[in-house]
Design a protein around this ligand. Structure first.
Ligand code: 5GP
Ligand code: ZN
Length: 116
């Protein structure tokens, strides 16, 4: 359920400080240490899942919850009117760096499409 050496598991457990913006029994949200936009929040499950490609059918409800929390965080951060982006990276081509599922919530600046 949790991974001993996973940095995001440690943040979720409070063993490493995180700038928390939301917490509940299933997930936590905290500010990215290296923000790519004026608002950059990571939403993660407390359960250690390596990433999107490692999710199981039993994780469907949790995945829905994570997206709902991303929307709630965006609202909390006052991004609804200006707009925001929710991103999940998987694998090398997408530049995934931390192997614990996380949703990036990015906003506060104009973003280009397609993503770089
Ligand atoms: P990925 O590239 O895996 O989708 O994104 C990983 C994100 O986690 C990066 O944006 C990176 O800045 C962030 N990150 C990595 N280590 C830490 C940390 O210890 N604390 C916080 N708050 N963010 C981190
Ligand atoms: Zn983890």
């Amino acid at each position: 359920m949790v991974s001993k050496n996973c940095i995001f598991c440690k943040i979720a457990r409070g063993e490493i400080p995180g700038d928390m913006v939301y917490e509940d029994d299933d997930c936590v949200a905290f500010r990215d240490i290296n923000p790519q936009a004026p608002t950059h929040v990571l939403v993660i499950p407390r359960k250690h899942i390596e990433g999107l490609a490692e999710t199981e059918p039993e994780d469907q409800e949790l995945l829905g919850k994570l997206v709902a929390v991303a929307a709630r965080v965006a609202e909390q951060e006052d991004l609804v009117e200006s707009g925001y982006r929710v991103v999940i990276n998987w694998g090398e081509d997408a530049g995934m760096a931390v192997p614990h599922l996380h949703l990036h919530v990015l906003g506060g600046r104009k973003m280009s499409w397609p993503p770089g």
